[in-house]
Design a protein around this ligand. Sequence first.
Ligand code: ATP
Ligand code: MG
Length: 137
Amino acid sequence: SELSFIMIKPDGVQRGLVGEIIVRFEKKGFKLKALKLVQVERSFAEKHYEDLSSKPFFAGLVEYIVSGPVVAMVWEGKGVVLTGRKIIGATKPAEANPGTIRGDYAIDVGRNVIHGSDSVESAHKEIALWFPDGVVE
Ligand code: ATP
Ligand code: MG
């Protein structure tokens, strides 16, 4: 069944939103397949966001991701990539609807609490990067 890589960013961890975010994915019906709290290296953050390396905000984005521990997770379920993105909300918190994670908990695109894979293909790449030993059956 479909998998998505979901990461609670340093601001989400620091602000105590880990439980709330997990609740939302669990209550929707998705199944937790992997979870770890990790402080990533700069080179690792650069690898995760390599598709954005030419963007003007790339350096700031990497700085943000290494600023504290993140919670890396794999969630499973029908349509979890697209539905996960809906639960998360729009990239820019001002455009994220109330009821979404970013709509409820963020005001700044540079501190937008959570990451979710944007396609099944990126989910595969991201899960291989973050969980090279695989996930539970
Ligand atoms: P993510 O990949 O983190 O789930 P996303 O897919 O909604 O977010 P992307 O376009 O992949 O959005 O951008 C990755 C991240 O880069 C955003 O979540 C945000 O933290 C940061 N970012 C994107 N655009 C900007 C911007 N204009 N200024 C500052 N940071 C930005
Ligand atoms: Mg993205």
